[in-house]
Design a protein around this ligand. Structure first.
Ligand code: FDA
Length: 302
């Protein structure tokens, strides 16, 4: 089922079919703050008022035209300005395929650099999300290249990839800040662990490497076992709660988000918004069968 949903996430015709159903869009609003920047700022304010930070993500990926990538850059620059003006505690997450990675690597680099430079002036931080494994190397290459000039950019590592331990070692040596997640894409066994227990074991191993390093990292998960392992390791090694942050997705396990913030941990909520929410939403459905059952029940009642 998970594989099917991840496959459907890439099918335009299925998207067009499902978009006819209002409940489908309504369900998406559980995971997506809305279509406009103002919707996202409003969601970030709510998150801030509960003692948590936010990361805004303008949805969109795999752009096919340079104009679309340039438009995304302008929108992200506007987002950074608005965060500053509105005084929300919030950084920004972006995807390199939205900035033209599929079109031209150098063009994408210039786009990323422009965004990170602007964020640097505003004392904000840019997190570069990680996409499918064919983008892992180019993404890390570009993040590293920009990081040599600007410190306010960080990478994402997926614990389901066999290569991640080596990547973490290299990124830590260069002083990069990392968000650790499990990984949300459909990957072949040649590059990714197939069993959840292997991905989880690798997650714990990588989490320890991050916590032991001097940089400030993000531990992104809703998995109670991963959260407990992180807290326990921090306790064992006397690592202060301010040394790292937990990160979770908008609309997922709000109870845990607020609970961790109340316990005194740094908590950041990833808030996606924008018109291109379909692939993001489908990945969220693929993560949890209960989400899909809800959709199917509505489909047959409609
Ligand atoms: P796991 O999938 O084992 O889920 C544990 C529990 O969490 C579930 O039992 C359920 O209770 C809850 N849960 C998880 N997903 C849910 C959902 N969709 N709906 C409802 N409940 C859910 N991936 C990637 O490839 N590149 C990236 O850049 C990012 N970025 C990112 C940022 C942040 C802040 C987070 C939290 C996650 C990502 N991810 C990501 C997604 C990540 O790789 C992964 O797919 C999801 O976080 C689900 O994995 P968990 O660690 O939550 O564990």
């Amino acid at each position: 089922m998970r594989l099917l949903l991840q496959f459907l996430a890439r099918q335009e015709s299925f998207k067009n079919f499902m978009m006819r159903f209002k409940f489908f869009q309504d369900t998406a609003w559980r995971f997506v703050a809305g279509e406009t920047l103002q919707d996202a700022i409003r969601a970030a304010r709510v998150v801030n008022s509960a003692g948590m930070r936010a990361s805004l993500d303008l949805l969109g990926e795999n752009v096919l035209a340079r104009d679309d990538a340039s438009k995304a850059v302008r929108q992200v620059l506007e987002m950074l300005d608005t965060i500053q003006i509105e005084q929300v505690d919030c950084n920004v997450s972006i995807k390199l395929t939205q900035l033209g990675l599929d079109l031209d690597k150098e063009f994408c680099y210039q786009n990323l650099r422009e965004i990170v430079q602007h964020a640097s002036r505003l004392k904000n931080f840019i997190r570069v999300d990680m996409e499918q494994s064919k983008y892992t190397q180019p993404t890390l290459d570009l993040v590293r290249r920009v990081h040599r000039e600007y410190e306010n950019v960080g990478a994402v590592i997926q614990s389901y990839l066999h290569r991640s331990e080596q990547d973490v070692r290299e990124l830590l040596q260069e002083g990069l800040r990392i968000r650790l997640c499990k990984g949300a894409y459909l990957e072949p066994p040649s590059v990714a662990y197939e069993k959840k227990q292997d991905t989880d074991a690798n997650y714990v191993k990588l989490m320890k490497m991050l916590l032991d390093s001097p940089q400030y990292h993000g531990i992104a998960t809703h998995d109670i076992a991963m959260l407990e392992a992180t807290k326990e390791y921090a306790r064992e090694r006397n690592i202060a709660a301010e040394h790292f942050e937990f990160q979770m997705l908008y609309g997922v396990r709000r109870d845990l988000q607020r609970g961790l913030a109340r316990e005194g941990y740094n908590m950041r909520v990833y808030i996606p918004y924008g018109r291109q929410w379909y692939p993001y939403f489908m990945r969220r459905l693929a993560e949890r069968p209960a989400n899909l059952l809800f959709i199917l029940r509505n489909l047959f009642q409609d």
